[in-house]
Design a protein around this ligand. Sequence first.
Ligand code: 16G
Length: 167
Amino acid sequence: WNSVRSSLNPPISNEEPGEPWLLVRPLSIMDYSKGYVQILSQLTTVGNISKADFERQFWRMQNAGGYYVTVIEDTRSNKIIGAASLITEFKIIHSCGLRARLEDVVVNNTYRGKQLGKLIVLTVSLLSKKLGCYKMSLDCKDSLIPFYKSIGYKLEPGNANSMVVRY
Ligand code: 16G
């Protein structure tokens, strides 16, 4: 994880996220009560999700495989204060390669300015590399382009369009 440390100033890492009470770890089924759903509402509409709904979806993700949801917990309050998901996809192209997507990146407003967004994105990006993915991509608001550029993501010339159909 040295490449994560060396990309950050001060050089924090998933193992030492800057404050001794912060813990970077995979999502757990216990995280409904630790506010994982609430923190996602800082990103978009999450709807009315019960504990049972969350747990059912958690097991679907486990059983499907390829979901690496990473969170940052403040162990003083037992609250999730940041999250990012790495989702992998089997391809036939690229020699039956594995492609990665970065999804649902969020850091609690009150914890901004501690490089935690960069830390969690760099952590899951490195994980995608270790899993052998040939690329990782993301969709984001225009205002977040400088943030993602600052940690190595690029708008590929001629290939920087995100399109959508909503239902
Ligand atoms: C952003 C997120 C995406 C999330 C979407 C929700 C990142 C890198 N991108 O594009 O993961 O699912 O917002 O917006 O975190 P929506 O509600 O419009 O789909």
